[in-house]
Design a protein around this ligand. Structure first.
Ligand code: NAI
Ligand code: MG
Length: 335
């Protein structure tokens, strides 16, 4: 198995090697290949996701993507490497598990269209128009993935939309999703309007299991969920295609703490575990997630969780929970 490592910018450079340290401790013969993307790459080469990186990705089974910085104003020629990568590899689902205390849910977000389809224009100097693209095919595909995930969990799916107001495009999302989920007679399906979904996620997050939503709604609800479950330092995601998976922490490049050894590596370690489970290493994945949970419960913690530990000390604690030596040269598992 070969994994492409794309640390990117800022703390991406610090957390990706930590996740890799955990993986190689458990799967010693796994191969890695490094690739570039992000703002630093754009400044060096004029392209945020170089063709060599795309070629490397396509030669691998999966990837771990750290984070990238993006300019806050429009920069000529710059395009988000994450958006480009999703398109190149057809990573049509963004999966974000949310787990803490009574909360144990998964947000399954459509990743290719909706308001992020990139169809924007100025009508005149004072009017901007963004088109929202919803297709039956992409809506059905994301709902099917939510259904499959729910089959391995408590078998409940919530379809999020706003079809009472955005009648045409959310109406199609709703119709296609419910149709696709009707192929899973074992599942219990509910619908929720996105605004009341946000309210209920704060008031009774334990009521939800698998949540499926169009792109923008899913993006917002998954960050809301990250806020409810320990913050950005802990929140993992997986960008999924039928034959590929890119693990990615939800957080960005965190320039405010870059280079200080303070970044929490647990989001990326969790994301790497999600990747492994989709690549047929379900047991190893579950072991990593359990080890991460005990480090969240008992420490040591990086400053974002109120502790004083460094990035690598937190990874060392995960390795210790796994029964591995933190020194990569003398690693061994004791099970
Ligand atoms: P951010 O996620 O980088 O940071 C937000 C806050 O959370 C900061 O105070 C940061 O120190 C903290 N934080 C984030 N991850 C952490 C971790 N692992 N451990 C400890 N603290 C952590 O979001 P921000 O500041 O809005 O954006 C910074 C840059 O990252 C921007 O250029 C933005 O465009 C980019 N970005 C990239 C993303 C990606 O690559 N997927 C996602 C979000 C932002
Ligand atoms: Mg987001």
């Amino acid at each position: 198995m070969r994994i492409c490592l794309i640390p990117g910018d800022g703390i991406g450079q610090e957390v990706v090697p930590e996740a890799w340290r955990v993986i190689t401790a458990l799967i010693p013969n796994i191969e890695s290949v490094d690739a570039d993307a992000g703002w630093g790459t754009f400044e060096r080469t004029g392209i945020s996701l170089p063709p060599e990186t795309v070629a490397t990705l396509k030669s691998c089974d999966g990837a771990i993507f750290g984070a990238v910085s993006s300019p806050s104003t429009k920069v000529e020629g710059y395009r988000s490497p994450i958006v480009l990568m999703r398109r190149e590899l057809n990573l049509y689902a963004n999966i974000r598990p949310l787990k803490q205390g009574d909360i144990d849910m998964v947000v399954v977000r459509e990743n290719t269209e909706g308001l992020y389809a990139g169809r924007e224009r100025m009508e005149n100097d004072d009017t901007a128009i963004t088109e929202r693209v919803i297709t039956r095919q992409a809506s059905a595909r994301i709902a099917k993935m939510a259904g499959e995930i729910a089959m391995s969990r408590s078998q409940r799916v919530t379809v999020v939309h706003k079809a009472n107001v955005v009648r045409v495009s959310d109406g199609l999302f709703r119709e296609a999703a419910l149709q696709a989920l009707s192929e899973f007679p074992e599942l219990s399906i509910e619908e929720q309007l996105v605004d009341s979904m946000a309210y209920r996620m704060v008031r009774e997050p334990e009521a939800f299991d698998v949540v499926v939503a169009p792109n923008l709604y899913g993006d917002i609800l998954s960050d809301l969920g990250a806020g409810l479950t320990g913050g950005l330092g802990l929140a993992p995601s997986a960008n999924v295609a039928d034959d590929f998976v890119v693990a990615e922490p939800v957080h960005g490049s965190a320039p405010d703490i870059e280079g200080q050894g303070k970044a929490n590596p647990l989001a990326t370690i969790r994301a790497a575990a999600l990747m492994l489970s989709r690549l047929g290493h379900a047991e190893t994945s579950a072991r990593i997630l359990t080890a991460v949970e005990s480090v969240i419960a008992d420490g040591p913690h990086t400053p974002d969780l109120g502790g004083t530990a460094s990035t690598s000390q937190v990874t060392d604690a995960v390795l210790e929970q796994l029964g591995c030596s933190p020194d990569p040269k003398t690693q061994e598992t004791s099970r």
